[in-house]
Design a protein around this ligand. Structure first.
Ligand code: SF4
Length: 347
């Protein structure tokens, strides 16, 4: 059966029109799903019984089942959900009381096929892509959790596709989810408030630039030279730093948006003073921002966080060289909020 959450607004309207229902009924269903966050057809109160029956007989509704959650003292919540086929994914809610932002970081795949040496998600490889409905449902579940069943305040303001998986490896499902999350008759989260993260899939970065959407791009860089990047991020052997940065520069030209480079600082892996100088040189002149993230320890992969002196010195070198840089405030470290860790702890 087709999942209702696979359909964007115009597809929903078409679908029901073809079945003989007036177009406003499709709009009403869209509103129920994304303005009210209902998870069952019976809850769509102004939809006639005959149409609800039709929906029940012909469609299913993605519905993630929460099987675990951890809440940190800073308000970060990490969710573990079960999908219909028994696979697990995770998502995180991050409140920023000072700026009033309510952000969420969600998954796009079960597992990941890119095998970065420092990443817990990649350990078991890729199981499968998430469907559009499963991607969108994570946002709905978190919105419902923070606002209660009235689905009103607070509203989620930002969505970051940086949970489990490589978002651009699931391009079509991701972009349809983006369209649904963005629709002003529904969740209404602006394109500029969404960010897609990538480990460096060059053809898809180019494709994303061609969509002309104003969506943010974050590139997981983690190394400033091919030798080290090949070692810790195998995708670099396919698309090296030169190819990656060329695509990123084109993305910036096309969208006019500043790109973020994520750099997870790992003890004795990529945190030396030489590498900080190399990174500053590599990014000089690019309209970008570097987000330094001290690693959360991943014991089974031997990943440790550098001592504070090393972190500060790496930051200062970038700053001194004119690179816009921030040191990510650690949110949720006590709940294992690094990619893939909650799921692994459950297994
Ligand atoms: S860091 Fe990202 S791209 Fe690399 S294996 Fe983990 S989830 Fe995949």
């Amino acid at each position: 059966m087709k999942d209702l959450k696979e359909l964007n607004r115009s597809e929903l309207i078409d679908e029901f029109e073809k079945a003989g229902f007036p177009s406003y009924r499709g709009e009403q269903v869209f509103n129920w799903l994304y303005k009210n966050g209902v998870s069952a057809v019976e809850e769509m109160k102004n939809i006639p019984k005959k149409m609800r029956q039709f929906i029940d007989e012909n469609y299913e509704l993605s519905d993630l089942k929460e099987i675990n959650r951890s809440t940190a003292v800073d308000g970060t919540v990490k969710y573990l959900w079960e999908l219909n086929d028994g696979e697990n994914i995770e998502g995180v809610y991050l409140p920023f009381p000072k700026s009033g932002r309510h952000s969420t970081c969600i998954s796009t795949q079960v597992g990941c096929g890119l095998g970065c040496s420092f990443c817990a998600t990649g350990i078991d490889g890729l199981q499968r892509n998430l469907t559009t409905g499963e991607i969108v449902d994570q946002v709905i579940k978190i919105q419902k959790d923070i606002s209660g069943s009235n689905f009103a305040e607070p509203r989620l303001s930002n969505v970051v596709f940086m949970g489990m998986g490589e978002p651009l490896a699931n391009f079509d499902n991701l972009m349809k989810a983006v369209e649904i999350i963005n629709a002003d008759q529904g969740l209404n989260i602006g394109m500029r408030k969404m960010t897609i993260s990538t480990a460096g899939l060059v053809p898809e970065i180019k494709k994303l630039a061609r969509t002309n959407d104003q969506i943010g791009l974050a590139v997981s860089l983690h190394a400033p030279n091919d030798r080290l990047r090949n070692k810790i991020m195998p995708i670099n052997k396919k698309y090296n730093l030169n190819q990656l940065l060329t695509a990123v520069i084109k993305y910036i030209e096309k969208t006019g948006r500043r790109v973020t480079f994520e750099y997870v600082l790992m003890d004795s892996v990529n945190d030396s003073p030489e590498l900080s100088v190399q990174l500053a040189e590599l990014l000089r002149g690019i309209n970008c921002h570097v987000n330094l993230i001290p690693a959360n320890p991943v014991p089974e992969l031997g990943i440790e966080r550098p001592v504070q002196k090393v972190i500060d010195s790496f930051y200062e070198t970038l700053d001194r060289n004119g690179i816009q840089v921030t040191l990510r405030k650690e949110m949720g470290t006590q709940i294992d909020a690094a990619c893939g860790q909650l799921k692994r702890n459950k297994n």
